[in-house]
Write a protein that binds this ligand. Sequence first.
Ligand code: SF4
Length: 318
Amino acid sequence: MTQPEERIRIGISSCLLGEAVRYDGGHKRDRYLADVLSRYFEFVSYCPEVAIGLGVPRPPIRLMAGREGPRALRSTDGRDVTDDLHAYGTAIGRAAAGLSGYLLKSRSPSCGPGRVGVFDAAGREVGQSPGIFARALAAAVPLLPIEDEGRLSDPDLRDNFIERVCAYQRWQRTMADGLTPAALVRFHTEHEFLLMAHGPAGARRLGRLAAQAGAAALPGLAADYLAALMAQLARPARRGDQANVLMHLAGFLEDRIDRGDRAELGAAIDGYRRGATPIIVPITLLRHHLRGNSDDHLAAQVCLDRAPGEPHGAAGRD
Ligand code: SF4
């Protein structure tokens, strides 16, 4: 991933950046997000509880079981802030056109995107649910890539989130430039190998959708394509599928590089397939050889758009 000219904007729970907005006046600064990812992305921070006027410090809130779903109640006096948090999440979602992803604080009754404890009046945990803000946000922008900082400590999930954010932002850029049938086909062509790495069946389905450009009504086709794209990228890229894509790419260079280079490239891909070599090694070799053997179709592939040392270099799942 090269440093983009225009930094990709990601919404984030304020406390993850070290802002002292938690109920106890503290924060939950996440070093990886604040020190590493912040070099590549522009974070736009929101604290829903502060935004709805709860102040710092404040009594904590809890998700309590209710007949029509969990309610967020203040622990001291039972004040119900569910509707305020929900309305704020919807408003941020509707205003999120400039955001390409969202990172939320796990286990928060407001921000946690899943698995937040729901309690009964006796204080027993009786279920789990997303936080109120997180649920409203996801409902307002269902295809926006959303993760929590806890899951991001897994390198595969982290890479997958970044991949989805980058794809979503490229789609936003394509739409902003004015979507045409040709632009949709170009977008698909540039992502062809990336999509294959996430499974051949989904990649074929996207190919069939792209093939309808020019024949089907564009707004509906674009909506179907984006939904299928995000579903496909959310599917873990398996090591075997990734290695097959790399072999496919290497095949294009078969007659253009000498035997020693072919052997080196083949060994790097094989090493990646066996789990002995990080994916960045064969990708770096492919990029190097493509520079000297220009092929527009290959050079445009976004799956080759990674550089050593960047946060996008983890391997696929076994
Ligand atoms: S988890 Fe969300 S609501 Fe709670 S302090 Fe962090 S940003 Fe604010």
